[in-house]
Design a binder for this molecule. Sequence first.
Ligand code: GLN
Length: 536
Amino acid sequence: MSNSTKYVFVTGGVASSLGKGIISASLAKLLQARGYSTTIQKLDPYINVDPGTLNPYEHGECFVTDDGAETDLDLGHYERFLNVPTSQANNVTTGKIYQSVIEKERRGEFLGKTVQIIPHITNEIKERIQLLGEKGTYDIVITEIGGTVGDIESLPYVEAVRQMRWEMEDDCIVIHLTLVPYLAAAGELKTKPTQHSVKQLLELGVQPDILCCRTEHELDLNLRRKIAKFCNVSMNAVIEARDADTIYDVPLLMQSEELDKVVLEKLSLPTKSVPNLDQWNEFVDRLKNPKSEVEIGLIGKYVELKDAYKSISESFIQAGASNEVKVNVKWIHSEKINRDNADDLLVDLDGILVAPGFGSRGISGKIETVRFARENKVPFLGICLGMQCAVIEFARNVLNLPEAHTTEIVEDCKSPVINMMEEQKNISNLGGTMRLGAYECQLTTGSNVSEAYNSDKISERHRHRFEFNNEYLEQFEQNGMKATGKNPHTGLVEVVEVEDHPWFVGTQFHPEYKSTVVNPHPLFVAFVKAAVSNKK
Ligand code: GLN
């Protein structure tokens, strides 16, 4: 069978957290820079239908796509590297696969057959992989298999890869990412774990075409030869993946290892032009040579786990490079902040971001933080729950509504300045039922936000159940908090700004999901710029 779309699978062995997502995104970047339209897909072996209901401590940030999918944070890396939006189809979980197979069974689509892992589950997996290729939009689809080869959970995925390679011959290759650990006592890099991991893949019927070896030290020629020989791969297909200073170096490291060239050769595709990475190099150059530094506080309740705010911290890196400054993010736990210590904890910050979130833990610290930023005229960005806290703070301290709150925390509160959307009220299922994905927003001409975007019409991604309560809008506006962004169709307030403040913006949407290397997000760029002007 010949197929115009080519498939690259990325598996991992020896240990988790080797960075399959970054290697996949880097390879995609290089192929894109050679003129191939490329997309990346992540297959996650867990049984949750999506990570939307997972606690960030379990899984890090939940990334949201334009079409409203709640996905793995690796999709954020894909978008940041490629500057191309992903969609529902780019993240598949075991939960989704089984849900769909079971629904088909209930509809009688299997005509009375016994439904089994092979072929029904593996067929469903193969269909999901090929769905991205079928549209004809992509020359190359890179599919990252989550987890580690040998895990019980990932067996059906590896089996689907084996079948696809058999069925599609030249149109499929497998890259296996492994670890080559350094044993300090022996003073040596060790290849045995890699050999074992490849053996494990072979037992499942898959011979990898390329090995990417994560290592702290140089893989010399002897080691490369040894790995090639024991793992049946060609010498040029043993790729060194050295630890990098920043993830943004990885495409450049992979380019010098010629990973993209080897991939194209193995897929029998022409190498076309040398990848044009001018914009990328410019970005890395600015990132590594900042002219000054700023301190920005990130106030959230998951600060022990930096992955929970991945897109926000990457947005700061991109906006910092764009402003030629290094943004030092000071992670502050919202539960630690109260009226008495807020001044001491926050006084050194040049800018303050209050993070998104759910539930009551740490919310009073967030509200205190907003008060500090508003009263002391510190540049402020509040995202989603952060914006809602800004509204609550303003209501309590300026509008004199001491019992103002969100109905998420106090259901029957006296002044519900943030309350549940009408269409959310009868929903009992938690999965995938929030207001999700991209919505249009009309900005007020001349506001800080419209200046930042240099446009009055924008589209941004949402993930929430609660909203600004428009019954209070007039009161807010008369007292200096303006709704400078609204949904043009529903009138929902999407952006608030405080007048008489250098830069105070709260957004109901999540700008961080749309910041990329090539297009750092305008709100983050403007926020960092305001923080630079406010430098202590
Ligand atoms: N918990 C809030 C809501 O559901 C905010 C959500 C968020 O910050 N993403 O409206």
